[in-house]
Design a protein around this ligand. Structure first.
Ligand code: HMG
Ligand code: MG
Length: 296
């Protein structure tokens, strides 16, 4: 009983690029987004409205948003009211808040405790829903934290419950440092799907230990049909030591195609987008499909 169709949310322009040391020119980012759009994505994280002192790569978020090709749902990340204000000012129709289950991680990432973040973000979720906008919430360190270790499922569920009550449309639940195993993934995502049947549930895996595809498989078994993936396997959170890229879009896409799960995406176009962005990156893309394609 796997889903017949799955949605891949491309996070390369945001999670993918935020961890790159080279600050890329805005037009390179826009070309990347355009090519990914041509691959058929309907949802994409294209930038984040965060402090440019914390993440210099995202300093041009407003320019990116203003000129990005209008995919069905262009999502921007925002940590606080100021970020949301800037995002709305650019006409964003969808935003993602982010909070860590682990307070130690949340402090490093957004300089607030988890509870402080919840208190400030929950009213912003409601504000967005009142305006009819799409709200995603990214739940970081949902399995392990680089500082606090294993997270309790009940804590993740409680944070999710509060966001669902506030009206969140989509919960993107993340294995920030790629430590989760398929048993843990199956267990948590089964509970999420069962407890919040009206909410979109998305799985966000980093492939630090090569568990990405196995975890996608486990999440599919739990009924998850939405995955955040990053073209070229780029990405990682600059404030999570040791975190590497997201599970690569092209690797997930290949697996889903072979499993006859429809995505509506073109693998070839994703690979072309990776080829074009590669020349601008400090570290090479990390994906099996790209390596095979390049060697052809
Ligand atoms: P702070 O220093 O506590 O902020 O940082 P503050 O409120 O004290 O303000 C300090 C300065 O930042 C002020 O400017 C503010 O105006 C400015 P100054 O007066 O010094 O010139 N400021 C802002 N500027 C632009 N946009 C904003 C903003 N807010 C304040 N939104 C803050 C707090 C949240 C700003 C900072 O910690 C920050 O920007 N953190 C971002 C961290 C980040 O981007 N992490 C990566 C994304 S999360 C992720 O990757 C995980 C995910 O992929 C899921 C997973 O894998 O786990 C989603
Ligand atoms: Mg991430």
């Amino acid at each position: 009983n796997f889903p017949e169709k799955a949605v891949l949310i491309e996070v390369g322009p945001r999670d993918g690029l935020q961890n790159e040391k080279n600050v890329l020119p805005t037009d390179v980012k826009l070309a990347f987004i355009k090519m990914l759009g041509e691959a058929g994505f309907t949802e994409m994280e294209i930038a984040s409205f965060v402090s440019p002192k914390w993440v210099p790569q995202m300093a041009d978020a407003a320019e990116v948003v203003r000129h990005a090709s209008p995919a069905l749902r262009n999502i921007v990340l925002t940590p606080n009211e100021k970020g949301l204000f800037n995002a709305l000012d650019c006409g964003c129709g969808a935003a993602a808040f982010f909070v860590g289950v682990s307070t130690a991680f949340n402090q490093k990432n957004i300089n607030r405790t988890t509870e402080e973040s919840m208190q400030s973000i929950l009213p912003l979720v409601t504000k967005m829903k009142d305006r009819g906008l799409f709200v995603r919430v990214c739940i970081s360190t949902a399995f392990y934290c680089p500082y606090e270790g294993k997270m309790a499922e009940e804590d993740v569920m409680e944070i999710c419950r509060r966001f669902v009550l506030a009206g969140a449309d989509d919960l993107s639940v993340a294995d920030t440092i790629g430590m989760a195993n398929p048993h843990e993934v199956y267990s948590l995502f089964s509970k999420l799907k069962h407890t919040f049947p009206e909410t979109l549930i998305t799985a966000h895996f980093h492939d630090t230990r090569g568990m990405g595809l196995a975890n996608v498989f486990a999440a599919l078994q739990a009924g998850v049909d939405r995955f955040d993936t990053s073209a070229g396997g780029l990405g990682g959170c600059p404030f999570a030591p040791g975190a590497t890229g997201n599970v690569a879009t092209e690797d997930v896409l290949y697996m889903l195609e072979m499993m006859k799960i429809e995505t509506g995406l073109s693998l070839e176009k994703v690979l072309e987008a990776v080829r074009d962005i590669e020349t601008h990156l400090e570290k090479p893309p990390a994906s099996k499909q790209y390596a095979l394609w390049k060697a052809k």
